[in-house]
Design a protein around this ligand. Structure first.
Ligand code: PEP
Ligand code: MN
Length: 293
């Protein structure tokens, strides 16, 4: 009979992932991104466009998500697109725009690095670097991220088990970088009605096995704008330390992933709902006074 060695959660992540194991740090890790603490009592919302497309698109979206209560801005300059014929990102030009709006809004930025050769450049602009789902198994890149002195947002590989995910984090920690945030972003299953199957059971599992903060990406997790609010709320209820969501000032005109991007009104409404969910699970979301309540 086939045995599932992963059935017992106590077997995972403990002996094979000593540095990320909860045992190594029972009190939990708080990752500090320019003063924004992920892993504490506040549920941190990261929001922004999938890709930096233009100055206007980035700046308008960034100002709005800040008003809505986002604490960190996302936006890809180097994009891992499934098709080589699709927009690949603005590259360094996109990083420069992120640097400008970071200065204006004061929001720290997270942006993806896809290649070991880009780490130095991306690190010079980003407050936190993102390693995407497609690169979770890219061990040279994980090691390079482990050598840099910026927090790392590590997304779960779309085909990765919890064990493999923790081992990927282990590669970063093992190089001396302890500022790692785990991100559940949906996995591939037989289901085709959603882009991915958002595995929210990964949240309590990862929190149990590891001391690292865990956030959820309901945008890639569902691929459906209308479903994002429901899964965002469920993620906060499940104990996530934060969310990363795609928001676009004009999703219908987006070059990249408009179908799963919230518009500004959706985002504002969701933030007030999330605040209530956070309070119900003894966490908090602090909204700016100026946001539309
Ligand atoms: C993204 O955040 O835009 C992205 C490409 O995410 P993932 O690596 O989870 O697909
Ligand atoms: Mn995207």
């Amino acid at each position: 009979m086939e045995t599932n060695s992963h059935y017992s959660p106590e077997n995972i992540g403990l002996s094979s992932s000593p540095r990320s194991s909860r045992k190594a740090k029972p009190e939990g890790t708080i990752v500090n991104i320019e003063g924004v603490m992920v892993g504490g009592s506040e549920v941190i919302i990261i929001a922004g466009p999938c890709a930096v497309e233009s100055r206007e698109q980035l700046f308008e979206t960034a100002r709005s998500v800040k008003n809505g209560g986002a604490k960190i801005l996302r936006g890809g300059a180097f994009k891992p697109r499934s098709s080589p014929y699709n927009f690949q990102g603005l590259g360094e030009e996109g990083l420069k725009l992120l640097g400008q709006i970071r200065k204006e809004t004061g929001l720290p930025v997270v942006t993806e690095v896809m290649d070991t050769r880009q780490v130095e450049l991306v690190v010079s602009y980003a407050d936190m670097i993102q390693i995407g789902s497609r690169n979770m198994h890219n061990y040279p890149l994980l090691k390079e991220a482990g050598k840099c002195h910026k927090p790392v947002l590590l997304k779960r590989g779309m085909m990765a088990t919890i064990d493999e995910f923790l081992l990927a984090a282990e590669y970063i920690l093992n190089q001396g970088n302890e500022q790692v945030i785990l991100c559940e972003r949906g996995i591939r299953t037989f289901e085709t009605s959603t882009r991915n199957t958002l595995d929210l059971s990964a949240v309590p599992m990862l929190k149990r096995l590891s001391h690292l903060p865990v956030i959820v990406d309901p945008s890639h997790g569902t691929g459906l704008r209308w479903m994002v609010p429901a899964m965002a709320k469920a993620a906060v209820a499940s104990g996530a330390d934060g969310l990363i969501m795609e928001v676009h000032y004009k999703p219908e005109e987006a070059i990249c992933e408009g179908h799963q991007s919230l518009d500004i009104d959706d985002f504002m409404k969701l933030m007030t709902d999330l605040k209530k969910i956070a309070e119900a699970v003894d966490r908090e979301i602090l909204l700016p006074d100026s946001s539309r309540l």
